[in-house]
Design a protein around this ligand. Structure first.
Ligand code: ADP
Ligand code: GN1
Ligand code: MG
Length: 371
């Protein structure tokens, strides 16, 4: 699905949502790899400005958009009650779904594409790379709080929006199959990367095994805890709102921790070409650890806390393997904006895994300081 194509039906979609104003402006927005996001600006009653996020959902990735929106509706309704009870502002501190004129949370256009709309959270920013360690700390608090606020949500009632999303073992098997099939003939170009992944079968299996043995509990998790999925207040730079709730489902808390580290504790961009610029920054690792553990408010078990560095390594490994799989398959999952972008993304992740392995004791010591 390219963006041009997505542009075509958005006019049809815009009219379907409960927004009574004049559309003044619309533009592509954000840097997500999955959905097509647009920022809409409306003039309401000739004087007020209202901004809205419109998204065309990627239904190749999310096969059951209606179930996904049911998850988001239920989780945000639950969060709103908690936020209000804590004296917070439910309009800013969680996503607010704008319903269609038929009272639904999504609209299916005449070509079968799914659209949804959220209120735009004003006066906030999101980052694709950590500019200040305090911002990363803030995002840790936000994802930790997300974990603690949902700790009494009945996880079993959530739909699994992508089956086996963080089943690293299953992803390892899929990777092996694609390496064997090599559909684009790219395998010979990435022998080193393939070997790196293949040598780490244990990394792919350890967390799933611990979960099966009951050593790690299943919780409501976000599952895509990238820094740019948290909005920070423009003035105070405090984390305000956790967004991108498409993958909220039962999962492991250590994976939520880990996915943040792989993205935010890296010293370079996810698709940086110069690998000398990429390492796992210990100061950033510590900032996030402190924030996340504080935000979790004692809800994590001792075992979960001990396994946080493993969560970081596994999520980074899994993501690197996913980028490599997609590169081998011909870039069919993650949107790319230039040639070899998924390969570059894969390389940064594998470099980070290698660096985490070197710094393992230091990572453990940092976590131990906060246990
Ligand atoms: P994707 O799944 O493609 O990553 P996101 O839901 O994360 O899509 O949205 C992409 C970007 O749009 C975010 O990183 C954020 O900058 C911005 N964004 C999304 N929702 C909102 C919102 N409600 N208010 C303000 N900005 C938003
Ligand atoms: C995707 O949607 P976005 O861009 O926040 C992906 C994550 C990956 C991430 C890598 C549903 O996240 O799992 O970790 O890219 N989301 C999905 O940047 O696959
Ligand atoms: Mg996102």
């Amino acid at each position: 699905m390219d963006r041009e194509d997505a542009c075509k039906n958005r006019w049809e979609a815009i009219e379907q949502f409960q927004i009574d104003g004049k559309l003044m402006r619309e533009e592509p927005y954000g840097h997500g790899h999955i959905n097509d996001t647009f920022l809409l600006t409306f003039l309401i009653k000739d004087k007020n400005i209202l901004r809205v996020i419109l998204q065309r959902m990627n239904h190749e990735v999310f096969k059951k958009p209606a179930q996904l929106m049911e998850n988001i509706w239920n989780v945000t309704s639950f969060l709103k009650k908690k936020i209000m009870a804590q004296g917070g502002d439910p309009k800013r501190e969680t996503l607010n779904v704008i319903e269609t004129r038929d009272g639904l949370s999504l609209y299916i256009d005449s070509r079968g594409y799914y659209w949804r709309a959220y209120s735009f959270v004003e006066d906030t920013m999101s980052f694709d790379i950590v500019e200040r360690p305090e911002d990363f700390y803030e995002s840790g608090v936000a994802f930790g709080k997300f974990q603690s606020m949902l700790s009494d949500y009945p996880a079993e009632t959530l739909h699994e929006t992508i089956v086996g999303f963080h089943d690293t073992k299953a992803r390892f098997h899929k990777f092996q199959e694609i390496v064997k099939a090599d559909p684009m003939g790219r395998g010979s170009l990435v022998k080193k990367e393939i070997e790196f992944v293949q040598e780490r079968r244990e990394t792919a299996e350890i967390l799933g095994r611990m979960q099966a043995l009951g050593e790690l509990p299943l919780r409501v998790t976000h599952n895509d805890t990238k820094l740019n999925n948290v909005l920070l207040d423009n003035k105070t730079r405090k984390a305000i709102c956790v967004i991108d709730l498409d993958t909220v489902m039962p999962g492991l808390a250590v994976n939520d921790f880990g996915d943040s580290i792989r993205f935010g504790a890296s010293t370079g961009a996810e698709d940086e070409k110069d690998l000398r610029k990429i390492e796992c920054d210990l100061q950033l690792f510590e900032c996030y650890t402190r924030g996340f553990i504080e935000g979790c408010k004692g809800k994590l078990t001792k075992k979960e806390l001990e396994m946080l560095p493993m969560g970081a390594k596994v999520m980074t490994f899994e993501c690197g393997m996913r980028f490599l799989t997609d590169y081998l398959e011909g870039d069919i999952y993650f949107k790319i904006h230039r040639e070899d972008q998924n390969l570059d993304r894969c390389r940064t992740q594998l470099k980070l895994v290698e660096d985490m392995e070197k710094k393992w004791e230091k990572l453990m010591n940092i976590v131990n300081k906060y246990i």
